[in-house]
Design a binder for this molecule. Structure first.
Ligand code: DGL
Length: 277
């Protein structure tokens, strides 16, 4: 049953940094009548190379901030936080919390005919095996590969860059070899990191045509739209508010690229001192 949100329908979106803006971009298209709060924990990123305990502590403090701002629904746009800290966030949040691992696995289930799926993600996400577990729960077999070079390449803006193409070629030749060794016939690739949708066309070009690429940003927005019931709109919602834990200027500059539109104002917050006792 869809979760009814009261007026103003306020949805909090959390990521370790800017990458989750790919999810917000899709959410703004799918749910234009909601008010969005986006928090990027830019002072403490990357999460993808940290331990479970640290990721959980950071992610819970971020979720608490978004709850204090009146969020009635939380979208954990960060794959690493979804993979390693979803239970901790749910335990701390009295509102529904949706993570991108489950939405990605749902989409893989809907798309894969062979039942064999490949997942690329950060090292922490891959080591958690959250995607294989979520896929296995849905009767799919997943092989996962950490692609730690892709986040810095995207942040550097090296999208259409020969180095990025070569890195992708190497990662995918290793991943496809891994699939062959495991006697799997993958027909689906899950982009298990917020930054990878920006490389979607390069990723598609580096893979056999038979492999369907799933962008978890798009499928997450579709699943949030299906999961919430919004009050009748009385007026257009206020524009999204952006919060960052480090340089608002850098967030504006890099974030605009991920969001696909200019970001004019970013509020600087301090999660270390606002963490609840
Ligand atoms: N947002 C992270 C994710 O989706 C990538 C960046 C990071 O490592 O913090 O896994």
């Amino acid at each position: 049953m869809a979760q009814p949100l009261s007026h103003p329908a306020r949805i909090g979106v959390f990521d370790s940094g800017f990458g989750g803006l790919t999810v917000l971009q899709a959410l703004l298209r799918y749910i234009p009548s909601a008010e969005f709060l986006y928090l990027g924990d830019t002072a403490r990123l990357p999460y993808g190379a940290k331990s479970r305990k640290t990721i959980a502590r950071y992610a819970v403090s971020a979720a608490e901030f978004l709850l204090d701002q009146g969020s009635q629904y939380l979208v954990i746009a960060c794959n690493t936080a979804s993979a390693l800290a979803l239970d901790d966030i749910r335990a701390a949040a009295p509102v529904p919390v949706l993570g991108v691992v489950e939405t990605g696995a749902n989409a893989a289930k809907a798309h894969s005919h062979s039942g064999d799926v490949m997942v690329i993600a950060t090292a922490a996400t891959v080591e958690s095996h959250a995607y294989s577990a979520a896929c296995a729960e849905r009767g799919l077999h997943a092989i996962e590969k950490a692609c730690p070079l892709l986040v810095p390449l995207v942040e550097e803006g090296w999208i259409d860059h020969p180095v990025t193409s070569e890195v992708l070629r190497i990662y995918f030749s290793e991943l496809l070899a891994q699939a062959r060794e495991a006697a799997l016939h993958p027909d689906t690739l899950l982009l298990g990191c917020t930054h990878y949708p920006l490389l979607r066309s390069q990723i598609e070009a580096a893979l056999p045509e038979s492999i369907h690429v799933i962008d978890s940003a798009e499928v997450t927005a579709a699943q949030v739209a299906a999961a919430v019931h919004l009050p009748a709109a009385v007026a257009a919602p206020p524009p999204p508010r952006f919060f960052a834990t480090d340089s608002p200027e850098k967030f504006r500059r890099l974030g605009s690229r991920f969001l696909g539109q200019p970001i004019h104002h970013v509020e600087l917050i301090d999660l270390e001192s606002s963490t609840r006792a």
